[in-house]
Design a protein around this ligand. Structure first.
Ligand code: GLN
Ligand code: ZN
Length: 550
């Protein structure tokens, strides 16, 4: 349920009136989900539909108002099993809540359902033979959720005795989960309680840090860099698969990744990029790679869910308190840095993105989970700095997509999202440069949050909009450094140097030269070397030409 304006409400009324007129016998169940119907309730209840489905997982309090004002014959579908997350329901507890509702509405008017479609959860937990057996009993995928509904249905219909075992089992599972030592880590709790303002603040303000960094790095005007990943070639992916199968041993796999990394570092140096990356060849995915090394996460083998269009992802399951048992990226960074005198940016995925691209706990809030991840990433940042890294990029690719549907809830989300970023990024010295990257470009509405993150350098997607999207940064008077993407990596097209130069000229109209970095829109992992090579050569040429101009 999102914010709906008057014109759209009128359109909805017209459409449903039309349905009722042309197919009067059709019984429509109007399904609402992802939160409360809220200020759309009057509109919804006035529609000529037979039933209304409501999300009682995210908005359990909305039922009373609905029951009080709904037509006496309106069927209400109670969305009580979480269709958006993977946890097993406490059926006994649900039954206690549902019984009075059914009584109030009358049996004929009640249906029970998942809170939303089951598109967002994997199909069947029984396929997961490698999961920790305890954890497995806490989970319910689509097949299990449908079973939960059938058990609830039977119990509500007066056959509770027949499903008594199932009810007890589900309650047991939930209680075991609540008290499990696998979930709760006293050390994490202590650290969470100890987060204070000094942990959310860099030692000095940006302008002072920038002075220190300018001297330390001595970068040319319009420094060139990339977003992190280089092509994940068929060879790299085959090697990963062979390693997973056991056909390549650890040493062989590492040797191969090292060779790929070394070639990529050397190539970046050869073409004259100013700030290098190691290429991320060792990473299967920007979230999974970290989740696999952090405590508190589990993984499925078959838990694919649709993300958008025809893309499928297999999100990690964040089930317990999160912590970083040991450094996750230091060795690869150290290796890459050992090969060059130019700075190699270390590459991390940020807490908000790890949160938004995982299934997360429902026993603590998202903001709390996010802060736990932030502490773990903070530890990694500290480890990298101690190892000698002077530039550290923390990607927040999914920060914007996590915005709540209701605008009134944006502030709250952005507050804790920004807070988490600051917690993970603020432990470093003034001379250590924090970069962040975001995969989108619509910044107008959230520019204050972006500024509050206080990253020294942010790289964003802008090439397709011809830099118009930089307007937000201009009118906001954004002072930190910024790399608006000048090469659209989403297309196989190779931009010419002149075209890239033109984009930089447009960028210079909106942000000052002192702020500008030159980089592609996003990581290069999906592109082929044949595309990346000439494009980056052109990008470096464009920057050089501009530097040479009076
Ligand atoms: N560092 C990551 C990469 O270059 C960032 C990817 C992303 O933003 N989606 O692949
Ligand atoms: Zn990106």
């Amino acid at each position: 349920m999102t914010d709906v304006d008057e014109a759209s409400r009128a359109a909805v009324r017209r459409a449903y009136a039309h349905f009722a007129e042309v197919v009067p016998a059709l019984k429509i169940m109007l399904a609402t989900y992802f939160g409360a119907i809220g200020d759309n309730l009057e509109t919804a209840l006035a529609l000529p539909v037979a039933g209304l489905h409501v999300d009682l997982v995210r908005a359990p309090d909305q039922l009373d108002a609905i029951v009080a004002t709904a037509r006496r014959d309106l069927v209400v579908s109670l969305g009580v099993v979480d269709g958006r997350n993977v946890w097993r329901s406490n059926l006994a507890a649900l039954l206690d809540q549902l019984a009075p509702m059914v009584k109030k509405l009358g049996r004929d008017r009640v249906q029970i359902a998942p809170s939303c479609s089951l598109l967002h959860v994997p199909i069947d937990i029984e396929l997961e033979t490698d999961l920790d057996p305890n954890l497995k009993t806490w989970l319910a995928f689509s097949v299990q959720k449908i079973k939960e509904l059938s058990i609830l249905g039977k119990a509500l219909a007066g056959y509770a005795a027949e499903v008594a075992d199932e009810l007890a089992l589900s309650e047991d599972a939930v209680v075991t989960r609540e008290t499990s030592p696998e979930i709760h880590n006293a050390n994490v709790a202590g650290r969470m309680a100890a987060i204070d303002d000094s942990m959310r603040r860099r030692r000095s303000a940006f302008t002072q840090r920038a002075d220190v960094q300018r001297v330390a790095f001595a970068l040319p005007m319009f420094p060139t860099t990339t977003i992190g990943s280089f092509p994940q070639t068929v060879d790299v992916r085959n090697a990963r698969a062979a390693h997973a199968r056991g056909a390549l041993n650890d040493a062989q796999y590492e040797q191969l990744l090292k060779a790929e990394t070394a070639r990529t570092v050397q190539w970046q140096e050869d073409i004259g990029l100013d700030v290098l990356v190691h290429g991320e060849f060792e990473r299967n995915d920007m979230v999974q790679y970290f989740a696999e090394q952090l405590l508190g996460f589990a993984f499925t083998k078959h838990g694919w869910v649709q993300s958008y269009g025809s893309r499928y992802v297999r999100p990690p399951i964040l089930f317990g308190d999160v912590s970083q048992p040991k450094p996750m990226t230091v060795e690869w960074w150290r290796y890459a840095q050992s090969l060059t005198k130019k700075p190699v940016k270390a590459m991390l995925t940020g807490p908000v993105t790890i949160l938004n691209w995982s299934f997360v706990r429902d026993d603590i809030s998202r903001s709390e989970t996010c802060r736990q991840i932030a502490l773990a990433i903070r530890d990694e940042v500290i480890d990298l700095e101690a190892a000698g890294a002077t530039m550290i990029q923390i990607d927040e690719a999914a920060l914007r997509e996590g915005l709540p549907l209701r605008k009134s809830q944006w502030r709250n989300y952005l507050d804790w999202a920004v807070d988490s970023f600051r917690v993970c990024s603020s432990a470093v010295a003034d001379g250590t440069q924090i970069h962040t990257h975001m995969c989108y470009s619509e910044f107008n509405e959230i520019i204050d949050a972006i500024a509050a993150m206080d990253a020294d350098v942010i790289s964003i997607e802008t090439s397709r909009s011809k830099m118009e999207l930089l307007e937000a940064f201009k009118s906001y008077k954004y002072v930190n450094e910024i790399g608006p993407g000048v090469y659209d990596i989403h297309s196989p097209r190779i931009p010419a140097a002149a075209e890239i130069k033109q984009l930089i000229v447009l960028a210079r109209q909106r942000v000052s030269d002192r702020q500008l970095w030159i980089n592609p829109d996003c990581g290069l992992k999906t592109r082929r070397w044949e595309e990346v090579r000439p494009a980056l050569i052109n990008m470096v040429a464009a920057a050089r030409e501009l530097r040479a101009e009076p």
